[in-house]
Ligand binder design. Structure first.
Ligand code: PLP
Length: 419
């Protein structure tokens, strides 16, 4: 009797027991992963241009991170920081306060996921300002909880059928389509600035399509915030941890946010997120007002401390900048070669390719899906994003070798030529 292959067996079993509401880009079931390579349960290897959606910036199973996790797991895995505190939260908070932009005293709070960090940033901003409203942007992505889903822009799949939504969330156009001067108009047309607690913005929009606004945009936005007593919250969950060639993307605009949210690559896959911000804002909350059972889990915090050490030792921010240059050069070549390619989007190693079709340049959504599937068949994991799903994005680990990068590009090129 021929048994079905292991991937197929797992997929069938998953179909019976895992909610259909959770989907996957590929049907490969992972057995192990190292650096920029994922191996599936049948022993096939894939080059990873997705990094588990911007989580594996330092690469899969980095020995220092594995060692830190093992060491901590043997000591203790949980006491709850709110019951019995421990050292790793304290040292990690200090490190994060040092590496985040802002030449002022800062403090941090730890949570479990990006969405939870954004929720907490909003709680803190509302508490501190005593104001209700939050401004977010078109194409924004901030998560899937009630509040962050409301703050997220794209309807399907994120919001469709999941309403009613949270109140007091106002949406601005983003970036160069509008220009900074139009931001002033928003306060005439949509919301009283005196009712706004915070502007929450991704310095480079991630799920929305790798969109970076023009020079000067964030400086202007920060000025409007300052003039109106509104907090500037940078959601660096996807753009942070070196991805754009600076530790945090907002540094490209020389803006010091009041609060920053960090998650994803912070702990190389261990669930950990943080809000880091101005001390007086972070300390305005009454004791027990912030927290959660698992926030600042000791294994996750030790992993994050190892990540920060590796960043320094291996010069990973500089590596990301170099990787970004290589990607840009390749994308520019393709832009000349393939009529289908529109804009090259993003910053540093957070770079996307816009796919357009027809004389009137419509988003090539189906073709982007085809390309993702083609790459998967050929041994490359890659993702699409954007409001129309037509942006092919690369979020490869910074430790990817030149050979792996070239191999991945060769597969993408073959796929682009086949569209
Ligand atoms: C900018 C941004 N904010 C928030 C989130 C939500 O993070 P999580 O999926 O950990 O809740 C994401 C996830 O993609 C993100 O990219």
């Amino acid at each position: 009797m021929n048994l079905p292959a292991k991937n197929e067996m797992l997929h069938e079993q998953r179909g019976r027991f895992v909610s259909d509401g959770v989907a996957s880009v590929t049907p490969l079931y992972v057995e192990s992963a190292k650096g920029a390579i994922i191996k599936d349960v049948e022993g096939k290897e894939y080059i990873d241009f997705a990094g588990g959606i911007a989580v594996m910036n330092i690469g899969h199973s980095h020995p220092k991170v594995v060692e830190a996790i093992k060491d901590q797991a043997e000591k203790f895995t949980h006491t709850c920081f709110m019951v019995n505190p421990y050292e790793s939260v304290v040292t990690l908070a200090e490190k994060l306060c040092q590496v985040t932009p802002g030449d002022f005293p800062k403090k941090a709070v730890f949570l479990n996921s990006g969405a939870e960090a954004v929720e907490n940033a909003v709680k803190i901003a509302r508490y501190y300002t005593k104001r209700p409203a939050i401004i977010v942007f078109e194409n924004a992505y901030h998560g899937r909880t009630l509040l962050t889903m409301t703050m997220t822009s794209k309807v399907k799949p994120y919001k469709f059928g999941f309403g009613p939504f949270a109140p007091e969330v106002y949406r601005m156009p983003f970036g160069d389509e509008v220009g900074p001067e139009k931001l002033h108009d928003f306060f005439i047309q949509h919301v009283n600035p005196e009712a706004v607690a915070a502007v929450v913005v991704e310095p480079v929009q991630g799920e929305g399509g790798f969109i970076a606004p023009p020079p000067g945009y964030f400086q202007e936005l920060a000025k409007i915030c300052r003039d109106n007593g509104i907090l500037f919250v940078a959601d660096e969950i996807q753009s942070g941890m070196g991805r754009t060639g600076k530790m945090f993307a907002i540094e490209h605009w020389d803006v010091e946010p009041d609060l920053i949210t960090v998650a994803k690559s912070l702990a190389a896959g261990m669930p950990l997120a943080a809000v880091v911000g101005k001390q007086e804002i972070m300390d305005s909350i009454h004791p027990w007002g912030l927290g959660g059972t698992y926030g600042g889990n000791p294994v996750a915090c030790r992993a994050a401390l190892a990540v920060l050490e590796v960043f320094e030792e291996e010069g990973l921010v500089e590596k990301a900048a170099v990787l970004g240059e290589k990607m840009k050069a390749q994308f520019e070549k393709w832009q000349q070669q393939f009529a289908m390619i529109g804009e090259i989007r993003g910053l540093g190693a957070m770079l996307g390719l816009e796919l357009l079709k027809g004389d009137n340049k419509q988003p090539a959504t189906d073709e982007a899906k085809q390309l993702v599937n083609f790459c998967y068949q050929k041994g490359l994991v890659i993702l699409a994003c954007g409001s129309y799903g037509n942006i092919i994005r690369i979020l490869a680990p910074f430790v990817i070798t030149d050979e792996q990068l070239e191999q991945g590009f060769a597969i993408m090129e073959e796929g682009l030529a086949a569209l």
